[in-house]
Design a protein around this ligand. Structure first.
Ligand SMILES: *[C@@H]1O[C@H](CO)[C@@H](O)[C@H](O)[C@H]1NC(C)=O
Ligand SMILES: *[C@@H]1O[C@H](CO)[C@@H](O)[C@H](O)[C@H]1NC(C)=O
Ligand SMILES: *[C@@H]1O[C@H](CO)[C@@H](O)[C@H](O)[C@H]1NC(C)=O
Ligand SMILES: *[C@@H]1O[C@H](CO)[C@@H](O)[C@H](O)[C@H]1NC(C)=O
Ligand SMILES: *[C@@H]1O[C@H](CO)[C@@H](O)[C@H](O)[C@H]1NC(C)=O
Ligand SMILES: *[C@@H]1O[C@H](CO)[C@@H](O)[C@H](O)[C@H]1NC(C)=O
Ligand SMILES: *[C@@H]1O[C@H](CO)[C@@H](O)[C@H](O)[C@H]1NC(C)=O
Ligand SMILES: *[C@@H]1O[C@H](CO)[C@@H](O)[C@H](O)[C@H]1NC(C)=O
Ligand SMILES: *[C@@H]1O[C@H](CO)[C@@H](O)[C@H](O)[C@H]1NC(C)=O
Ligand SMILES: *[C@@H]1O[C@H](CO)[C@@H](O)[C@H](O)[C@H]1NC(C)=O
Ligand SMILES: *[C@@H]1O[C@H](CO)[C@@H](O)[C@H](O)[C@H]1NC(C)=O
Length: 483
């Protein structure tokens, strides 16, 4: 800090002690597109100075302010900029550039001491020639916005809600560099910087919202634009960035009859797991946590539902095979952990464990699956695997789902589906492992299966019958023998 200050002081133009610091009374307009105060350069200001300089800025323009000052953070003197959304920004020795948006800006300089020096220049800049990037609502984007470009979000049904989450997990002060306009372009009304906007209303009044970063520095956050109509159903909506090296933990609640929601976006994994879920009021009924793919905009149905009446102990870890998903909290008070990376615990099972196996195409119907989907559920001791394949969709002939239960010492039990079927019925077999092997990679091929792991109650004499590949058609008949 000390070094920085010395450095900054060295590059400052030498304060001209005799400079005219008389407070300009006239409002500055585009008729003076460039200028400086004090006009002769940096000056030491007298004690008890108090001056407010006003700017009038037409829509479609910004005023670039370049400030030099020697204010330390504990100085009683101040250089404060007010933007047209009435937010105040104090400038210190480390600050220099500030962009004043249309239509009114103010700079106030006040002193108690006679030791502070100030100088600033201004420049009116036309921003109507900036390039436009159009994004639909439902978009998640990195906020390292391209310079000289504005980002326009348009909703077909009312206001646009915008939420952000930093990559670090901490508050991102750089969000203040992104400006929010309530409309389709930079001629619209400035409604605050993104930090202020997301801390307050987060919703445009009109059907479009425009973001721009005049400063050009990268902002280490992500943002999501939603139709306000899609999230206003929630009593609290949040956005959170997941990453493989940081586990997510939250305590969420929603009032009786209400639901809150978090949309998660993993920046570096297509695979996340719920690793902990605990309702704090297990005696109250109706509390639920639900998980669905994508943002609330896509209207997907819930793939996972956790009810307070069910024991949640064995229900985790639960796999989620998509980088964007929304968890909703229905009138509950709950602790939740999510990790975003492969989990060895997902495939390590013991009695009491239960979960859902959904093919990647069910989690993410818009993504083209290119590789077969395989699971190996492994138990230290022999157990009973109970599984219920609720649907198999086979689009291309040759694609198939094979579920196999076995152990290193006994023969295997397998069931294969190569045609589309639903409600295949509950089946069970004993072993130390269960595999699911799905070779369907057409975008309409999928399967959904619920499984539970139970204690091995089979006696040693009842050996597992071997069934190799057979047709789904006969599955229900043949399976009557198991258990
Ligand atoms: C500066 O003057 C304004 C009115 O012009 C007043 O509201 C404000 O309190 C004054 N500030 C200080 C620090 O004296
Ligand atoms: C701000 O002004 C200083 C001199 O007062 C100059 O060196 C610097 O380049 C300017 N910064 C920008 C971004 O224009
Ligand atoms: C600055 O203020 C101090 C007292 O706070 C005074 O002694 C000194 O003469 C002042 N200097 C100038 C240049 O006015
Ligand atoms: C922003 O960051 C993302 C992810 O690191 C990168 O893919 C993208 O090219 C960057 N965009 C800009 C404008 O720098
Ligand atoms: C859930 O939380 C309660 C306290 O609220 C605690 O007693 C219990 O052990 C927790 N259950 C699990 C599975 O962590
Ligand atoms: C979601 O539902 C809303 C209201 O029913 C509808 O306007 C919107 O188009 C739907 N979105 C998608 C992606 O289907
Ligand atoms: C999926 O594949 C289809 C054609 O095979 C292509 O049109 C589409 O863009 C692909 N989608 C993605 C998300 O790659
Ligand atoms: C299954 O578990 C056994 C014993 O814990 C271990 O030796 C084996 O490597 C595991 N197999 C797989 C494929 O994880
Ligand atoms: C399914 O598998 C059976 C047995 O291998 C085979 O006879 C049948 O032709 C297959 N059906 C399809 C659609 O591939
Ligand atoms: C899954 O099944 C396919 C086709 O039968 C086979 O080629 C592949 O080796 C199997 N994958 C595993 C991991 O066993
Ligand atoms: C699968 O892709 C085809 C084109 O490749 C497309 O017409 C169809 O709608 C897609 N189906 C799904 C379920 O996405």
């Amino acid at each position: 800090m000390q070094q920085l200050i010395i450095l900054v002081l060295l590059v400052l133009p030498a304060p001209s002690l005799g400079g005219d610091v008389t407070c300009p009374v006239a409002t500055i307009t585009e008729n003076t597109p460039v200028g400086a105060f004090p006009a002769e350069g940096s000056a030491v200001f007298p004690a008890n100075y108090n001056c407010t300089i006003q700017f009038q800025i037409p829509a479609g323009q910004i005023v670039k302010i370049n400030v030099t000052n020697n204010l330390l953070f504990d100085s009683p003197d101040s250089f404060t900029i007010q933007d047209s959304a009435l937010a105040l920004h104090r400038m210190y020795i480390v600050d220099d550039i500030f962009y004043l948006p249309a239509t009114i800006g103010k700079i106030q300089i006040t002193t108690e001491t006679n030791t502070s020096s100030f100088y600033f220049t201004w420049q009116y800049i036309d921003i109507t020639t900036f390039e436009r990037i159009q994004k639909p609502t439902g978009t998640i984007l990195a906020l390292n916005l391209t310079a000289n470009t504005f980002y326009q979000f348009i909703s077909s049904r009312g206001g646009v809600a915008f939420h952000t989450s930093s990559i670090s997990g901490y508050t991102d002060t750089a969000l203040a560099q992104i400006y929010v306009y309530d409309g389709a372009d930079l001629n619209a009304k400035f409604i605050g910087n993104l930090k202020v906007f997301t801390e307050t209303d987060s919703v445009s009044k009109g059907r479009s919202l425009t973001l721009v970063n005049f400063y050009g520095a990268s902002v280490p956050s992500y943002g999501i634009a939603n139709d306000y109509a899609a999230i206003s159903i929630y009593d609290g909506y949040f956005f959170h960035v997941l990453r493989s090296d940081i586990d997510f933990f939250t305590h969420q609640w929603a009032k009786k009859g209400m639901e809150s929601a978090i949309t998660f976006y993993s920046i570096d994994s297509q695979e996340s797991y719920i690793t902990y879920l605990n309702f704090t009021n297990p005696d109250e009924t109706g509390h639920e946590v639900r998980v669905k793919p994508m943002t609330p905009m896509e209207n997907y149905t819930d793939l996972l539902t956790y009810n307070v009446d069910d024991s949640t102990d064995g229900q985790v870890p639960q796999q989620i095979l998509i980088n964007t998903f929304t968890v909703t909290f229905y009138q509950c008070d709950v602790y939740l952990n999510i990790i975003s990376r492969p989990s060895l615990e997902w495939s390590t099972v013991k009695p009491g464990r239960t979960g859902w196996v959904y093919s990647p195409s069910i989690w993410n119907p818009t993504e083209n699956v290119t590789t077969p989907y395989y699971n190996y559920f492994n138990s230290t001791n022999p157990v009973k695997f109970v599984f219920d394949i609720q649907s198999v969709a086979i689009e291309d002939s040759g694609e198939k789902l094979k579920v196999e239960v076995g152990s290193p010492t006994s023969s295997n039990f397998a069931v294969v589906f190569n045609t589309t079927v639903t409600n295949t019925g509950e089946k069970a077999a004993h072993g130390t492992y269960m595999t699911t092997n799905f070779t369907g990679i057409s975008n309409a091929s999928s399967f959904a299966m619920k499984f539970t792991v139970e204690n091995n109650v089979e006696t040693a004499t009842k050996s597992v019958r071997r069934i190799s590949v057979f047709m789904a058609l006969f599955a229900s008949i043949i399976f009557n023998f198991v258990i």
